[in-house]
Write a protein that binds this ligand. Structure first.
Ligand code: AMP
Length: 403
């Protein structure tokens, strides 16, 4: 995929109407934003467009819109209010059930240079997620220039990222999107070596293409989490009652053969923290026993990597120049089963290598442990970052103009 995209630094939007697709899909409780990281992350691009003297029209989706009630509870009005505070200037909210209806059109018409408005939740329009032409045309009619800064939806072709891009002359990426492309794209396509990739999480089935693609790109692939046990099974080990993707055992064998034929190192847990059952509730006090991975008792389940594995993985990280990590090493929601995930996070925090955290659970774990600032990049998109790691072309990235 061509990753050399035009960005907001390549244009000046003075006097122009610029539509900026952001990711304002924030968690809300009773109309109050409970985590505003995504709003803060969007500010640099918005400030640049204001500083240029553009007429800045922001848009985003918020959750899924299915019921009539969603039109009240999934409104972006609270985001406009909080953004106004964060920017120190009014962000006018263009309340409009049609998103680009009479109210929004009039609000845009009345804009002065340097002003900001926010459109209503793009998913209020049913065509949004189908990339329907009518809504894409409506969005394009509002603007002279389009900026896409929403990485979280870059793996989807919707009206507000892909459809609108095709209908405007100038479609560029914002700073947030640029950073994701620089780190995730370059790590996979052009890494400084040695390149170590760490994959964890629950299931092999969810990460088939990621495993296969990363094996080709990296020097060492480290596997942890629930998915490790299907690999151990493929090696012929007893894995007790550990998580098993029965249908993926052959696939794991294939991947191990692929690693060998490519001369890549594939590291699997050499010891395992086991329990008798899955904790219920997930953070309940639970007894554990550490065993070598080839000696998991038939009545036990592997729930975290053991201390010898932690050392093995931490050493591999130490020798790396680029590290990409996606997915926890164990059932990290339980403090007793979080040591492996914590140790990997700590190893990444200590190294001088470029460290990239895929979105989702590993990003949450790194932030919770207070290591966020120590990482080179924490991706803002779970699904989108995984597709980048699969080597897929992301429609939201591909739609932007090439340099
Ligand atoms: P994913 O969504 O694929 O990244 O998986 C994250 C989930 O994997 C977390 O909720 C973990 O609790 C779970 N997980 C990690 N290791 C294990 C394991 N050994 N057994 C069962 N679940 C696990």
């Amino acid at each position: 995929m061509g990753l050399n995209k035009k960005s907001v630094d390549d244009i000046n939007v003075k006097g122009l109407r610029v539509l900026c697709r952001c990711d304002f899909n924030v968690p809300l409780k009773g109309g109050v934003i409970t985590d505003e990281n995504r709003l803060v992350a969007a500010l640099p691009t918005i400030k640049k467009l204001i500083a240029d003297g553009g007429k800045v029209i922001l848009c985003s989706h918020l959750g899924k819109v299915k019921t009539e009630e969603d039109y009240t509870t999934k409104t972006l009005a609270p985001v406009a209010a909080r953004l106004s505070e964060l920017l120190g200037q009014e962000v006018k909210f263009a309340a409009d059930r049609e998103v680009v209806g009479p109210n929004a059109k009039a609000a845009v018409e009345a804009m002065q240079d340097g002003e900001v408005i926010l459109l209503e939740n793009t998913r209020f329009r049913k065509e949004e997620t189908k990339n329907g032409e009518a809504f894409a045309k409506d969005l394009a009619s509002l603007c002279d220039v389009f900026v896409n800064d929403a990485f979280g939806t870059a793996h989807r072709a919707h009206c507000s990222n892909v459809g609108v891009s095709a209908l405007v002359d100038t479609a560029v990426v914002g700073y947030l999107m640029q950073k994701e492309i620089d780190f995730l794209g370059n790590a996979v396509e052009n890494p400084v070596r040695p390149f170590v990739a760490i994959l964890g999480g629950a299931k092999v089935a969810d990460k088939l293409n990621v495993i296969s693609n990363l094996l080709e790109k990296c020097d060492t692939l480290i596997i942890g989490g629930g998915m490790a046990y299907t690999f151990l099974k493929a090696k012929g080990y007893e894995i007790g009652t550990s998580l098993l993707d029965e249908t993926k055992v052959d696939y794991c064998k294939e991947m191990m053969e692929k690693a060998e034929s490519l001369g890549k190192q594939l590291l699997l847990p050499i010891d395992t923290v086991c329990t008798a059952e899955f904790p219920n509730p997930i953070d309940a006090e639970i007894e554990t026993v550490v065993v070598d991975s080839d000696a998991i008792p038939a009545d036990k389940m592997g729930m975290d990597i053991g201390p010898k594995t932690i050392e093995l993985y931490a050493n591999a990280v130490k020798s790396a120049k680029t590290v990409v990590w996606n997915g926890p090493m164990g059932v990290f929601e339980n403090p007793i089963l979080a040591a492996g995930t914590k140790a990997v996070a700590a190893a990444l925090a200590e190294t001088d290598a470029t460290t990239i955290i895929g979105g989702g659970d590993s990003a949450a774990a790194v932030n919770q442990l207070g290591y966020g600032a120590k990482m080179s990049h924490i991706s803002t998109g779970g699904g989108a970052s995984l597709e980048f790691l699969e080597g897929k072309e992301l429609p939201g990235v591909a739609a932007a103009n090439d340099k």
